[in-house]
Design a protein. Sequence first.
Length: 172
Amino acid sequence: MNKKLLSIISIFIFFIFAMMSVLFSFVPGKMIAWNFWLFFKNMMTILPVIFILIGLFEVWVPRKVIEDHMGTDAKFGGYLWGVLLASFSAGGMFVSFPIACALYRKGANLKVIFFYVSCAGLCRIPMTLYEASFLGIKFTLIRLAIAIPLLLMVSIILGTYLEKNNYILDTK
């Protein structure tokens, strides 16, 4: 059975499960269906705008700019751009992956992309401010001071490993 058919069957089974849960008042199934609906509605309000912005990025930003600032010759500056881009990104992790794909197509280094994606889950400014307001500035600064160097180290190790093994991502 191919992957596409398996995906279609899985989606079909989920919707049958959701309908049967509503029909027979199966509370856990109704909660799953409701949570899915809320998540889906949230995605449909964010993702179209993000995809339009990514499309504009693809058209307006020359490949040379990304290669210069985030490519293999960028050195430490590429990582700085990665954390800055991640800090100001909105929409969470599901937005960082399409942006990472666009960066890769424009010539960004894999190490920098891994660092960007990791920082997008950890260093977004709204999330960091929210954390600092509840857990304190000292905790937030310690967490960032420990996490960012670890993310940098892991992204360099992973990127180096993949480059050494001639990993090529198909982005078509």
